[in-house]
Design a protein around this ligand. Structure first.
Ligand SMILES: C[S@@+](CC[C@H](N)C(=O)[O-])C[C@H]1O[C@@H](n2cnc3c(N)ncnc32)[C@H](O)[C@@H]1O
Length: 258
């Protein structure tokens, strides 16, 4: 028995070490690719001003976004370039309010592309120091339209999620940028979005869930699909993935319930 246990813990150790090594290798590769894409871009400061001054019909280029990411420099936590590009694309065209779970560079980009068109953004952040960092950048560049909330994580029974300012939030969010709370430190990870704030999303709202092929996020997608009947389109890239999740129309829900 003891021998069996010892063998299984050694194989677990080897498996964990191999997984960690593969993850590190992938991360380094992704950073090399990002820095290649950001080669010779202006500074973060110059890029923010350049994007703020783009005509409303013009999108920032992938190279500009790569420059923003390297300038922001929060390598382990910031969104990857493919996700950032999708956030920019959706922020530039969404007609309705945006909810963001987990603030950062995406918050700045949402303000630059949606806030200036008069589309309001509500961003939830649970770490006070991180809230201050993002808020400082928003204020420095006078980025309008972003309501950044310090929202501690709360136990909802079976999972933890942000404790949002329910009465201040609109009930017709069209777009959700779902990149928090951190799955490895939060029971249930990003699952809480639909049970806690599903009633604040409009019919056919689009949720951009980052890191969709990680184990925790795959489990969240399984639960959302079963419990809320969302439809999921997975986008996979060499250094990550995200999902375009469409929240179902509540018209059908009413018909079923009648
Ligand atoms: C994946 S990050 C969100 C990143 C954001 N969407 C962006 O593009 O920068 C999710 C959460 O991790 C936390 N976080 C961000 N940077 C961190 C850091 N350097 N150390 C610890 N936690 C961090 C913040 O609470 C943030 O809301």
């Amino acid at each position: 028995m003891t021998k069996l246990l010892r063998n299984s813990s050694i194989s677990d150790l080897i498996a964990n070490t191999l997984t960690a090594t593969a993850w590190r290798f992938r991360f380094i590769n992704s950073q090399v690719k990002l820095y290649k894409e950001a080669w010779f871009t202006p500074t973060f400061h110059e890029l923010v001003l350049e994007i703020a001054n783009l005509p409303p019909s013009k999108m920032p280029t992938r190279k500009m976004l790569a420059g923003l990411l390297t300038g922001w420099g929060n390598n382990h936590f910031a969104a990857n370039l493919d996700y950032l590009e999708e956030v920019a694309k959706q922020a530039a065209k969404t007609p309705g309010p945006i909810l963001e779970c987990g603030s950062g560079l995406t918050t700045i980009l949402l303000g630059l592309l949606a806030g200036r068109r008069g589309v309001e953004i509500w961003s939830l952040e649970h770490i006070p120091e991180w809230y201050t960092r993002v808020n400082t950048v928003l204020e420095r560049y006078q980025i309008s339209g972003v309501n950044l909330y310090l929202s501690p994580l709360q136990d909802f029974g079976g999972f933890c999620w942000y404790n949002p300012p329910f009465t201040s939030l609109p009930n017709n969010f069209r777009l959700v940028i779902c990149d928090g709370p951190p799955s490895n430190q939060t029971p249930g990870g990003r699952y809480g979005l639909l049970p806690v704030l599903g009633q604040h999303l409009c019919d056919d709202a689009l949720i951009l869930l980052d890191d969709a092929n990680r184990e925790e996020e795959a489990e969240v997608l399984r639960r959302w699909t079963t419990e809320s009947k969302v439809s999921v389109l997975l986008q996979e890239f060499s250094f990550g993935s995200f999902a375009l999740v469409t929240y179902p129309s509540r018209v059908n829900e009413v018909e079923v319930n009648q």
